[in-house]
Design a protein around this ligand. Structure first.
Ligand SMILES: [Fe+2]
Length: 267
């Protein structure tokens, strides 16, 4: 697979990753051939690059299967968007729905461990945070599975990853969507989103499980191991404990997949 600037796309190339809007709808569906109309639409949307299966349009290679079902990814993006909007407007979110999203991701990963991860970190401003949050959740869950986290820890880790950028609801849209480089003052505002996310998660203590861990994930997701990150410049090993060192078992993989509650997908 190869990522190409939109101006280098040629008709007939096969799209390797779908591009989603905020509501989980697809602008482009993976596996479809690029047309002139698609190229014009990508330019109109301001999407700078697209991943294709081959740079030679004569080779109609199909993309590998994703680690999660497309519907799981689409629903997850939509529910993350809805959750961020709900927090922005009311300070609340539907924790059951978000836990179902985390569970669906874990169920898919456990069902399809051999597949490759498909990242869709398309830098389309309105979409980026939500698709990115779902990617981070999928990668975190894969890492947790690899480390033999317990089912409970996997659920907390995945939920925390889905919510890690929640503090962006407090960043003015004109800063989040700014095309040019940020000023120092604007970047200082961006740098507040980890603390803001942690604060908002703590405020939902009665709704979310393990809020101290979820808040730590939000607070520390821009910290770097050498202390050069933000907001606190925390150096390893001071970073927060991984999900529940008290409950983790390194000896065994999760013995059962999370159980689906009601489908979170279709409302
Ligand atoms: Fe962030």
């Amino acid at each position: 697979m190869i990522r190409l600037p939109v101006k280098k796309l040629k008709k007939g190339m096969i799209i390797a990753q779908s591009i989603f809007n905020n509501h989980g709808g697809s602008f482009l569906v993976r596996g479809s051939a690029i047309t002139g109309k698609y190229i014009r639409q990508l330019k109109k949307l301001g999407i700078p690059t697209v991943t294709v299966t081959s740079s030679d349009p004569r080779f109609h290679l199909m993309p590998p299967d994703d680690v999660v079902q497309e519907q799981t990814r689409i629903d997850a993006i939509r529910h993350v968007y809805d959750a961020f909007e709900s927090v922005r407007l009311s300070g609340r979110l539907d924790s059951d729905v978000m836990q179902d999203v985390a569970d669906h991701i874990l169920i898919d990963l456990i069902d399809r461990p051999e597949n490759l991860v498909q990242l869709t970190d398309i830098r389309l401003h309105d979409t980026y945070t939500f698709a990115h949050s779902v990617n981070v959740a999928i990668l975190s869950a894969m890492l947790g599975l690899h480390c033999h986290y317990t089912k409970k820890d996997l659920q907390i880790l995945t939920l925390g990853a889905l919510l890690h950028d929640l503090g962006k609801v407090d960043v003015p849209a004109e800063i989040l969507t700014k095309d040019q480089s940020l000023t120092t003052e604007e970047f200082d505002i961006i740098k507040q989103h980890p603390e803001d996310g942690a604060r908002r998660i703590h405020a939902m203590d009665y709704r979310l499980p393990a809020t101290s861990i979820l808040a730590a994930i939000a607070r520390e997701h821009h910290e770097h191991i050498d202390g050069s990150g933000y907001p606190r410049g925390v150096k390893s090993p001071r970073s927060s404990p991984s999900p529940t060192s008290t409950t983790r078992s390194r000896a065994s993989a999760p013995t059962s997949a999370p159980t689906r509650r009601t489908s979170p997908t279709t409302s």
